[in-house]
Design a protein around this ligand. Structure first.
Ligand code: MAV
Length: 326
């Protein structure tokens, strides 16, 4: 019996030898959040799908909880083809590499979820993907997102007068500061992993964010007031480093593209569905106080010319019109 086993082992070792010797390919991703966040779940799903669609040996190594930094770090890594191969990130965090990209997540771009859906299920954003590829060497493999961003602050803000001069953190893209300055707030760009502290020490009195991230990073501990401005519905590309991509077998590249589309759709459905439930959970737990904003129409009037001007500077007036017309 022992001899039989030995023979079996020898036979299978011979048969398996090529596969064992061929080194597994490792693809590393990064999330700023834990397992509960929609971005993490989307990247986990992405990994499972890539593995399912690719025949070769694969290790999906997803690093969580900001172990590898924040999105503004990830974009540099991906551009250089170091440390990670893919992530999900806000277009506004890619502004230094491709100035037109933040058009995708400019506040007040989408009227509602239906409009957002129509845009993301069309190819209207393709020119921006082209720019990202060309200038940043990043490949959009899918679109997640679907959270609605609101004001989150240490003091209650219910109307445009209370918003005047409100010191708030915004993402690094210039268009973000321009929009919030236009609605009379006092925006400053601060790295995401410094925001909690900046609020706690009074450097700013709040930020703007979606429910999933507010809950995951517990910003409510220092900023429990949520004003429902509903100023953005998030567009969050799943991006892959061009430098990493070109080194991979073509079959794996195809699997990544296919998995990206599907994981993106999974993530959009998940985050859009969970958004209001998460707000309610936090409100029910006494972590946040929700408040409507009295003058949303007025905000829209103030930002539209700023959006138009930004698009004009980029030579993207037609693109903005096409997005609005969806
Ligand atoms: C949220 O956590 C996400 O939308 C993420 O993509 C952004 O980078 C982040 O907010 C932020 O405001 O920087």
């Amino acid at each position: 019996h022992a001899k039989n086993l030995l023979q079996a082992a020898v036979v299978s070792a011979v048969v398996l030898a090529p596969a064992v010797q061929a080194e597994a390919i490792t693809l590393r991703g990064a999330s700023m959040f834990d397992n509960e966040h929609a971005f993490t779940k989307t990247m986990v799903r992405f990994g499972e799908l890539v593995d399912q669609y690719y025949d070769g040996e694969l290790v999906m190594d997803l690093r969580l909880n900001g172990e590898l930094g924040v999105e503004s770090d990830y974009v540099t890594f991906l551009n250089q083809g170091v440390a990670i191969d893919y992530s999900i990130m806000a277009p506004s965090n890619m502004a230094t590499f491709a100035p037109a990209i933040p058009l995708m997540d400019m506040p007040f771009l989408f009227r509602d979820l239906e409009h957002w859906n129509a845009v993301l299920s069309s190819d209207v954003l393709a020119p921006l993907e082209g720019e990202l590829k060309e200038k940043a060497d990043l490949v959009v493999v899918g679109y997640s997102g679907g959270g609605t961003r609101n004001l989150i602050s240490s003091k209650a803000i219910g109307n445009i007068d209370e918003l005047a001069g409100h010191k708030m953190r915004v993402m690094g893209a210039p268009i973000q500061a321009q929009i919030f300055a236009a609605i009379k707030a006092a925006p400053s760009a601060i790295a995401y992993n410094e925001v909690y502290n900046a609020i706690q020490t009074g450097v700013v009195s709040g930020l703007e964010n979606e429910a999933a991230s507010l809950q995951n990073l517990k910003f409510y501990e220092v900023a429990p007031h949520v004003t429902l401005t509903r100023h953005s519905i998030t567009v969050r590309p799943i991006v892959f480093s061009g430098k990493s991509m070109r080194k991979l077998p073509v079959e794996l590249q195809a699997a990544i593209m296919r998995a990206g589309k599907e994981a993106g759709a999974f993530g959009r459905e998940l985050e859009a569905r969970e958004d209001s439930a998460k707000l309610k959970e936090m409100a029910d737990a006494g972590q946040i106080q929700l408040q409507e904003f009295a003058n949303r129409e007025q905000l829209l009037e103030l930002v539209t010319p700023v959006q138009d001007e930004y698009a004009a500077e980029l030579g993207a007036t037609d693109l903005l019109a096409a997005i609005r017309a969806k």
